[in-house]
Design a protein around this ligand. Structure first.
Ligand code: COI
Length: 358
């Protein structure tokens, strides 16, 4: 079996042209290389390699296509002004990936192997890390079930792959406030289900509602709980926070909400700033009441892709609620400035979140 940190590297003979930095979008362009590693029940993880970015060949019976055994992660590499390469809390991503793996009955990834892989790939494609303000290199590790049999059982074979994409802002609005549709018909997840796992089906389950919301001019959907359709869970691609009467509230983790790494980081930053922050069950009705009585000051989403995205408007059961005059609030600005300050190496990394790649 291959040693944990030995990674075979095959370099591309035809490097791609890099896209203009002001036209990156999100997840549209991919770097020159990718990391691949295989798993079988007999051999465990083996065959670590970096190869030119390419299509993957899978048997049409591969279980991932039929029964959806797949998980993914998302994190970013940043280029600092003095030329260093920093990753934001990568071990937290792989710890979460292993919680997703556990829920989806997939084998864990050894975190030291995953860290070695991500560092080697980032170094191999370091010229792809954008330098313009707000841009970064999005890293997408994922795992798929590759065994080619149609019985509904956990796969005995998997592939772990990492691809990377230079990105700008996730939303077309950039860092301006987004408008969000509160979904009261479809649900995304139920307690006891797979809502907190970062698995493809959770995102597929959201697309119908997202399309309907877009048709009405809303960028994303805010999900309510699957049982009562009353309690706030998360937005399609981010966790959500509300500032009401000086206190910041976010839905408590309950098994059906993603345990966001940016969410956790924001909670720690608010605590450090002595801004009260409360994780609890939060109903959509109380957010609307706070909006009506003038105590709702701000709302924002958090995520690796979304960073800090202010929410300027909600629409629930036909009632629109404009938040913070549809503008970006002071707290959202402060959080965005501080978080990206740490990520791009401009601010002191008090909690040692950043991992340098060298
Ligand atoms: C992320 O923020 O990394 C996500 O996974 C959200 C989304 C693009 C699916």
């Amino acid at each position: 079996m291959q040693a944990a940190t030995s990674i075979a590297i095959e370099r591309t003979q035809s490097p791609k042209a890099k896209p203009p930095q002001d036209q990156l979008g999100f997840g549209v362009y991919f770097t020159d290389h990718m990391f691949v590693m295989d798993y079988t029940t007999e051999e465990g993880w083996h065959g670590s390699r970096i190869v030119p970015y390419q299509s993957i060949a899978l048997d049409p019976a591969a279980k991932v296509f039929h029964y959806g055994q797949t998980v993914f992660e998302g994190l970013k590499a940043y280029r600092t002004e003095d030329g260093r390469i920093l990753l934001f809390r990568p071990e937290a991503n792989f710890a979460r990936m292993n919680r997703s793996n556990e829920r989806m009955n997939m084998p864990p990834i050894p975190i030291d192997m995953a860290m070695a892989a991500i560092k080697a790939l980032t170094l191999a494609d370091q010229d792809w890390i954008p330098t313009d303000a707000g841009n970064s290199l999005y890293i997408r590790p994922f795992m798929i079930a590759t065994q080619a049999t149609l019985g509904v059982q956990p796969s005995e074979r998997y592939q772990f792959i990492i691809i990377m994409s230079p990105v700008g802002a996730y939303y077309p609005e950039g860092i301006n406030p987004v408008k969000i549709f509160v979904e009261s018909h479809y649900v995304r997840a139920m307690i006891g289900g797979v809502g907190e796992a970062k698995t493809a089906g959770n995102y597929a389950a959201g697309l119908r509602a997202q399309t309907a919301a877009k048709e009405q001019g809303y960028t994303q959907v805010l999900w309510l709980d699957g049982a009562a359709h009353k309690y706030i869970e998360e937005v399609g691609s981010m966790n959500v926070f509300f500032k009401i009467g000086g206190t910041v509230y976010t839905p408590a983790l309950n098994g059906s909400i993603l345990d966001g790494i940016t969410r956790n980081s924001v909670i720690q930053m608010l605590k450090h700033w002595n801004i009260p922050v409360v994780e609890r069950v939060l109903s959509i009705e109380e957010i609307y009441e706070a909006g009506r009585d003038g105590t709702l000051e701000e709302a924002f989403g958090t995520g690796t892709a979304a960073v800090i995205s202010p929410v300027g408007e909600l629409c629930w059961l036909g009632e629109k609620l404009v938040i913070c005059g549809g503008e970006t609030g002071e707290l959202s600005k402060r959080l965005y400035g501080s978080l990206t300050g740490i990520q791009y190496g401009r601010e002191t990394d008090r909690l040692q979140w950043m991992v340098e790649v060298k």
